[in-house]
Design a binder for this molecule. Structure first.
Ligand code: SF4
Ligand code: SF4
Ligand code: SF4
Length: 147
């Protein structure tokens, strides 16, 4: 995964603001994949031919993602106890309980809302693994979207 500074090298550097912020802020959104290279209108100009492709190469293939709609989440914790990774790796989850503070987990409930801590542990990221959808399938409010 490229750093923000590496991504910044392939942005125009003019801070024109057409994306709603500076080039550095745009690079930060690229690194979290909240924006994609094509969202910078300046990169579509002939002077920057090839830059979008270079940025896409730096970013690498998009990992399967998970997004949680906090408006819909009611903090029930079903996703935490049903998670495929937690069931295999977290003794508390196997007992139907929430994780202990030191446990390494994909997500947990904090102050009545689920918070993603280590998405990289989600088994959906394992190449060739059958894609797990358990948290999304069991969420009673439809708050979890898996891609
Ligand atoms: S639109 Fe492009 S050039 Fe303008 S600030 Fe955003 S990233 Fe920089
Ligand atoms: S199962 Fe759905 S509603 Fe319950 S904590 Fe998880 S995301 Fe929130
Ligand atoms: S999709 Fe990932 S986070 Fe959701 S239950 Fe499966 S392993 Fe856990």
């Amino acid at each position: 995964m490229a750093t923000v500074d590496e991504l910044l090298e392939f942005l125009p550097g003019t801070d024109c603001g057409q994306c709603g912020g500076s080039c550095r802020e745009f690079a930060e959104f690229l690194s979290t994949r909240e924006l994609s290279p094509g969202d910078c209108p300046v990169l579509h100009e002939p002077d920057f031919a090839g830059f979008i492709e270079a940025l896409q190469e730096l970013l690498g293939p998009a990992a399967p993602g998970m997004s949680i709609d906090q408006e819909k989440c009611n903090g029930c914790g079903i996703c935490v106890t049903m998670c495929e990774y937690h069931l295999g790796n977290c003794a508390e989850a196997r007992l139907g309980r929430g994780p202990r503070p030191g446990d390494s987990v994909v997500f947990k409930v904090v102050n009545g809302q689920v918070v993603v801590l280590h998405q990289e542990l989600c088994t959906r990221l394992i190449q060739a693994a059958e894609k797990c959808n358990k948290c999304g399938d069991h969420c009673p409010t439809g708050a979890i979207t898996l891609t």
